[in-house]
Write a protein that binds this ligand. Structure first.
Ligand SMILES: NC(=O)c1ccc[n+]([C@@H]2O[C@H](COP(=O)([O-])OP(=O)(O)OC[C@H]3O[C@@H](n4cnc5c(N)ncnc54)[C@H](O)[C@@H]3O)[C@@H](O)[C@H]2O)c1
Length: 283
């Protein structure tokens, strides 16, 4: 098994480190995921967790399709897709009626099958996200639920007929699903619904031999995270409390996702897997 060199692994990342090197043009493409094809939703820029996943999955030999939110986002995502030699790049706004279906129709035409999907998107309107949950609006809550949770169900629905046995679906959750994390507010119940959805989808899709997971990363400085009030405080707490006093990086999340979609995780489904350097174990 060959992996793309991750030159960041010997340096413990801190909140001030530059980006981890998730992709090395000169490294040999590995073979662990050779012949597997998958869709990755949620690359906005090179800080995105979805980009860490895309780069690592490509590095292990998978063929990947990426999506971008809209024409404004395309100039940021396209060069990243080119950098990792993604096979397909498609637009996807999950709020657009028929948007998810159109992506799967394109993939059916182009590839005919899928082995994995990484769903790494979330949204909450700032006004509701920054307020107490007791004050959040119906519209704001429904929008956050649609984009951050129901879209995973919609993706699973359209993926069903394309997924080969042994395939896997992965979404991104957060510790705030399970415990009250200050300033995570309305996203807590939304992520709780997402984690429950993972268990029910695992039960539904098991008969087709498709596995379903949530990965729960520790705090990472991304665009979505910048929407959370006092996010720096969450980063500082993680740096103080993790056993190794460090943050995780997107390459580490990507490597766990590669394990989950590969054969190594065939005995697991419906799980929430923490990639938070042990933070959730600390009182
Ligand atoms: N950054 C963290 O600390 C952290 C920790 C745990 C979990 N997560 C989760 O990881 C996932 C990815 O977030 P990230 O931190 O990489 O930030 P990010 O901003 O890089 O990614 C969020 C993505 O959601 C996409 N998105 C938003 N609305 C959409 C829509 N209507 N249709 C399609 N795509 C849409 C954006 O285009 C973007 O690509 C989210 O589910 C987030 O909750 C993040």
């Amino acid at each position: 098994m060959h992996e793309v060199t991750d030159t960041s692994s010997s340096i413990p990342p801190s909140a001030h480190d530059p980006l981890p090197k998730v992709w090395d043009e000169n490294a040999r493409i590995g073979e662990m995921l050779k012949g597997r094809r998958g869709l990755i939703i949620g690359v906005a820029n090179e800080h995105s967790i979805a980009f860490g996943c895309a780069a690592k999955l490509r590095g292990f030999g998978a063929e990947v399709a990426l999506t971008y939110l809209n024409e404004k986002a395309k100039p940021y995502v396209q060069p990243l897709a080119e950098r990792i030699q993604a096979d397909v790049l498609l637009p996807l706004d999950v709020c657009e009626p028929g948007g998810v279906q159109a992506v799967f129709e394109s993939l059916r035409e182009r590839w005919g099958y899928l082995d994995f999907i990484v769903h790494s998107i979330a949204f909450a309107p700032k006004h509701d996200l920054h307020g107490r949950i007791v004050d959040c609006s119906r519209e704001g809550f429904l929008q956050a639920m649609q984009i951050s949770c129901h879209s995973f169900i919609e993706v699973a629905h359209h993926a069903q007929s394309l997924m080969r046995p042994g395939g896997a679906l992965v979404t991104m959750s957060y510790y705030g699903a399970d415990k009250v994390v200050q300033n995570y507010n309305m996203m807590g119940p939304v992520k709780a619904a997402l984690e429950s959805t993972v268990r029910y989808l695992a039960a539904d899709l098991g008969e087709s031999r498709v596995r379903v997971y949530a990965v729960s990363p520790g705090p990472l400085k991304t665009r979505a995270a910048s929407g959370i009030d006092h996010f720096d405080e969450l980063v500082r707490m993680a740096l103080e409390r993790t056993p190794e006093r460090r943050l995780v990086d997107i390459a580490e999340v990507g490597r766990v996702v590669a394990f989950l979609v590969g054969g190594g995780a065939s005995g697991m489904t419906g799980d929430v897997i923490y990639v938070d350097a042990g933070l959730h174990h600390m009182a």
